[in-house]
Design a protein around this ligand. Structure first.
Ligand SMILES: Cc1ncc(COP(=O)(O)O)c(C=O)c1O
Length: 439
């Protein structure tokens, strides 16, 4: 086999110079495992990038994609529509929280977030509240990389040096290791942090605030479950001040928390919900925004006759191939009970397994919810200026484990198909990797 030329692809969010020195190539995937070109097996404890919820290599999804490609590979979504995409939208809203029964398709989470921002401001204007243009996001939040979503980023490196929109305020970070370390599930302390929203509204004026957007459980920023009563409070404050609430469910959707969506799991219904990734098992790029019917009605009623109701959308939005993959993915989600599996015995096994690491002296926190997990190392900036997670992550890969590092945290989100034996293997490899690096 020819050696792979590593010069031409500039990979996203990658230290490319280091990668070229020490390439980590993966060329095959099956179930919960990835395989390097030399055949070395790596346990995928991140479901790719929070997307391969069905596990890798599902024949039914591949067959559905092939069939759809041969039947109709592309259908222009502007002024036309493919039946398979309408069918998939209908399937999706079966699982969305009550009332969120309109879906605007995109190709990624970032596009979903920018789309939600546009729909939100459009809605406010359509109902005569054009001054409501400001957004509220949260520190540590990750919402994607387009200009709108970059502006909502609560992770400083992801905003720094890029063009961003004015008019965004940030709620305080939910992570509170000093009060809630080693919580199982939702932390008891910290629900009051939602009250910071009232201060922001008071300083900006409710008449200027369009929407609040949060991940119900922080994902890429370090996996942080919401404290008890936090999301309920946000919902109440948004209602009190006539502000839209948007949940970014790009990570938490499709069974990750133990319900189809975190909104369902926590019993808090947002006005819009952004999604992507596991929408079709992470197989074909696709995202979407779930929207309350009333919001669409207001926009439609205000739109001039004979014109599109919104001048927005992407060429590949609602691609029939992505939709066919989605329908096949949902057959598997439903047949194998994957959308609720994390709330059953495997979720409990996962929680116990993660917390069995508590004896490791370098750890200052372990968190879990559904099939999500995170550990936090005591920071050691002199020795590890970019965080302890990175060297541990590198060692994990050498030891046959794919985890994600976020500064001093490691975050985990395995395929929802993971078995108890695979969880045991994960713990064994993670423990070994931590010991190899930190002693
Ligand atoms: C919560 C959240 N929103 C948005 C995005 C952006 O999604 P994408 O990378 O598909 O653009 C991500 C990606 O990880 C995410 O975790």
């Amino acid at each position: 086999m020819n050696e792979t030329n590593l010069q031409n692809w500039w990979q996203p969010f990658t230290n490319v110079r280091a990668f070229r020195q020490n390439p980590r190539l993966i060329e095959r995937a099956e179930g919960c495992f990835l395989y390097a070109p030399d055949g070395r097996e790596v346990l995928d404890i991140t479901a790719g990038l929070w997307c391969a919820n069905l596990g890798h290599g599902r024949q039914e999804v591949a067959d559905a994609v092939h069939k759809q490609l041969m039947q109709m590979d592309f259908c222009p979504p502007f002024q036309f529509g493919s039946p398979v995409t309408f069918e998939f939208a209908e399937k999706l809203v079966e699982y969305a929280p009550d009332g969120l029964n309109r879906v605007f398709f995109t190709n990624s989470g970032s596009e979903s977030v920018d789309t939600a921002m546009k729909i939100a401001t459009h809605y406010q204007r359509a109902r005569g509240k054009a001054s409501k243009t400001r957004f509220v996001a949260r520190e540590r939040g990750y919402h994607g990389v387009n200009v709108g979503s970059t502006s909502l980023q609560g992770i400083p490196n992801n905003r720094k040096g890029f063009p961003t929109l004015e008019g965004v305020d940030f709620l305080p970070d939910m992570l509170d290791i000093s009060n809630s370390a080693f919580s199982r599930g939702l932390p008891e302390q910290g629900g009051d942090k939602a009250d910071a929203l009232k201060k922001i509204i008071a300083s900006r004026g409710a008449e200027n605030v369009c929407a609040v957007i949060v991940e119900p459980v922080v994902g890429a920023g370090g996996m942080v479950p919401p404290p008890r009563r936090y999301l309920e409070k946000l919902r109440q404050i948004c209602d009190d001040f006539d502000i839209l609430l948007i949940f970014d469910e790009v990570v938490t959707g499709y069974g990750r928390t133990g319900s189809a969506f975190a909104a369902v799991e926590f019993g808090v219904t947002p006005d819009m919900m952004t999604t992507a990734k596991a929408i079709n098992g992470g197989t074909v790029p696709m995202g979407g925004v779930f929207i309350k019917e009333e919001i669409q009605d207001v926009i439609f009623d205000a739109a001039p006759a004979g014109m599109p109701e919104i001048f927005h959308g992407n060429t590949y939005a609602g691609s029939p191939v992505a939709a066919a993959a989605g329908l096949a993915a949902f057959e598997i989600y439903e047949r194998e009970g994957l959308l609720t599996r994390a709330s059953g015995p495997i979720g409990q096994y996962w929680e116990n397994a993660l917390h069995s690491l508590r004896d490791i002296p370098h750890l200052i926190d372990i968190r879990n919810y559904g099939l999500l997990g995170a550990i936090t190392f005591a920071p050691n900036p002199d020795k590890y200026p970019t965080g302890v997670g990175v060297p541990v992550h590198n060692k994990c890969f050498e030891n046959g484990l794919l985890c994600r590092a976020v500064a001093d945290n490691m975050v985990m989100s395995p395929p929802l198909t993971i078995s108890e034996q695979e969880i045991d293997l994960f713990i064994e490899r993670l423990r070994k990797s931590i010991t190899d690096v930190l002693g």
